[in-house]
Design a protein around this ligand. Structure first.
Ligand SMILES: CC(C)(COP(=O)(O)OP(=O)(O)OC[C@H]1O[C@@H](n2cnc3c(N)ncnc32)[C@H](O)[C@@H]1OP(=O)(O)O)[C@@H](O)C(=O)NCCC(=O)NCCS
Length: 153
C-alpha cells in the first residue's frame, strides 16, 4: 500500500468525518440522501458512535497527511446466534476511498484491519453487500457468495 497513507481506528470524537465521506459515496452512487432524508448524516454518525462506544462497531480511517481519504465501518450483528451460541457475525459498511487515492491498496488494508477487529471481537463470519466496483476487492480477500436470499417488501 501507499506508504504515505496510514490505516487506523477512528476515534469517537471524529466520526463526523465518516458522515461526510459517506455523503460523497452516496453522491457517487447517484443517491440524493441530503435532499430525500434531511438529517441523515447526524443519524448515521450517531448510529455508529453509539455502537462503537459499546464495543459493537469500529470504524477505520485511511489518513494521508491531515486528510482522511478512506474509511470502512465494521459492526457486530445483533442476532440470536450471537446471544445463544456466542457466535456473532460481523457486517461491513461504507467501504470508500476518495477517487484520487484509488488502486493503491487502501481499501484492501482498511478491510484487513476491520476483518482483524471482527475476529478479535469474536465474530465467526463477516458479511456485506457489494457494489460492482467492490466485488473484485472482496473476492481477493476471500469473500464468497453465500446462501442468503432477500425479498423487497
Ligand atoms: C471499491 C473501492 C472501495 C476500492 O478502493 P481502492 O482503495 O481503490 O481498492 P484497492 O486499491 O485496495 O484494490 C484492491 C483490489 O481490489 C480490486 N479492485 C479495486 N477497485 C477495482 C475496480 N474499480 N475494478 C476492478 N477491481 C478493482 C483489484 O483487484 C485491486 O487490486 P489491484 O489494484 O492490485 O488490481 C473504491 O473504488 C471506492 O470507494 N468505490 C466507490 C464506493 C464503493 O463502491 N465501495 C464499495 C461498496 S461495497
Amino acid at each position: 500500500m501507499d506508504s504515505a497513507v496510514t490505516i487506523r481506528p477512528a476515534r469517537l470524537e471524529e466520526l463526523d468525518v465518516a458522515g461526510n465521506l459517506r455523503a460523497s459515496m452516496a453522491e457517487e452512487e447517484g443517491l440524493r440522501w441530503d435532499h430525500d432524508s434531511p438529517g441523515w448524516r447526524a443519524r448515521y454518525v450517531e448510529f455508529f458512535r453509539r455502537k462503537q462506544r459499546l464495543g459493537d462497531a469500529q470504524l477505520f480511517y485511511a489518513q494521508h497527511e491531515e486528510r482522511i481519504v478512506g474509511m470502512a465501518a465494521f459492526s457486530v450483528l445483533d442476532e440470536y446466534r450471537a446471544a445463544a451460541f456466542g457466535q456473532p457475525r460481523g457486517w461491513v459498511n461504507s467501504v470508500f476511498v476518495i477517487a484520487e487515492f484509488r488502486r493503491r491498496g487502501i481499501a484492501r488494508e482498511l478491510m484487513r484491519a476491520g476483518i482483524e477487529w471482527m475476529r478479535r471481537r469474536g465474530c465467526i463470519m463477516a458479511r456485506l453487500r457489494t457494489s460492482d466496483e467492490g466485488e473484485r476487492l472482496y473476492e481477493t480477500l476471500g469473500f464468497v457468495r453465500g446462501r442468503e436470499m432477500e425479498l423487497r417488501l
